[in-house]
Write a protein that binds this ligand. Sequence first.
Ligand SMILES: Nc1ncnc2c1ncn2[C@@H]1O[C@H](COP(=O)(O)OP(=O)(O)OP(=O)(O)O)[C@@H](O)[C@H]1O
Ligand SMILES: CC(=O)N[C@H]1[C@@H]2OC[C@@H](O2)[C@@H](O)[C@@H]1O[C@H](C)C(=O)O
Length: 401
Amino acid sequence: MTILGIGLMSGTSLDGVDAALIEISDTDSQTNYKIAGQYSEPFPTKIRAMLHQLCEPSSARIEKISSMNAYLGNMYAGIVNKTLKKYHRSSDELSFISSHGQTIFHQPTMNQTDELDIPNTLQIGDISALSYHTDTPVVGNFRVADIAARGQGAPLVSYVDHLLFREDKKDVAVQNIGGIGNVTYLPPKLSQSEPVSFDTGPGNMLIDQLVSRFTNGKLAYDSEGEIASTGSTSQQLLKWLMQEPYLSREYPKTTGRELFGHTYVNHILATGEKLGLKMPDIIRTVTEWTAETIAFHYRQLNPASPVSKVIIGGGGSRNPVLMNDLRQKLTGSQFLSHDDFGIDNQIKEAMAFAILGYKRLTGDYNQLPVFTGAKSSVIMGEVACNTKNAFKKVHRFYDLK
Ligand SMILES: Nc1ncnc2c1ncn2[C@@H]1O[C@H](COP(=O)(O)OP(=O)(O)OP(=O)(O)O)[C@@H](O)[C@H]1O
Ligand SMILES: CC(=O)N[C@H]1[C@@H]2OC[C@@H](O2)[C@@H](O)[C@@H]1O[C@H](C)C(=O)O
């Protein structure tokens, strides 16, 4: 039997939503995942601006978070219906939706000064609204189960990287450069070493914010690295940035806009100003620093030799300045992209969440403690099925067992 599912991803760069339509079929020995379609929709400027406000504790307002939760649930439903229409598939054919949601806040580790301050993470985009408007069961809110098991609640795509990309004899690093950078490091199967994953630091998040300030909000990112290529790296600013304590924290570790947000950008700008730097020089330096945060961690992962294969994904792979810096810092590694494996870079994370959602519905573990630091394996994800049809569709998965 072939199951049709849709994975939805809206990531920390706040650029929009990606949908992956996937067909899943089980043979006796393995599960096969085939991409049957894809659709992406950018956030309208107003929504993106509001999301930026909601991710920043000083500007977030509870009533706006609540209404954005409902709004995104409806928006995601529209995206599912557009994806089905694009590929001439009906809602009846769709067995499930798996939605990451929009991360608004993520604090998996904290210095507990108050008993009420406990690890937490919040992804919004109401899964009940999504289920209701699509007549389909929805799996969402993945990260909270891993946090409950005392994990970092991220990175979660590592589980899928491990299924798809581990090799017998060569070590592989699967590097995402989204808003945040994260790596899944897969030592050869034949070695005794365990895989690991963690966030390497900022991806495009700081570059995007600097570009937006430089252009008074006219540009949201440094397209093709054009601004960075007009500046020069300041070694002094680079050295200052390398002192960021997150870099030397032990992994598993994750980060986000809580650290690399508005206040961080203010600190970079103040330091750049003291050094007499112009904005393109600051953007150039932060671009090189982003590459250096990745290379810095790889030298720790494999001190003896360059990582054999680096599979790059995420929007940062479209920034040639960032990619050139990374290649220069990782000489000896073979660079590949998800496209080399038949997976469009744009929808890799959406596809991964479809797989995580499918595992949730079949009652299988969809997380490995080694990746998130959780105390035990968990089956992540909550299920919303708010119509009779959605309920019937969920029951199909019980028959699979
Ligand atoms: N042509 C391009 N040139 C330079 N940068 C680009 C280009 N296209 C996309 N980007 C960068 O990629 C970012 C989006 O990346 P992506 O969609 O992978 O992030 P995300 O999935 O939201 O984040 P995360 O993986 O952290 O959740 C944009 O904000 C921009 O900085
Ligand atoms: C809390 C949160 O949303 N984290 C994201 C973010 O974006 C990249 C990096 O930081 C990663 O840890 C994670 O997303 C990917 C999809 C993951 O969980 O694998």
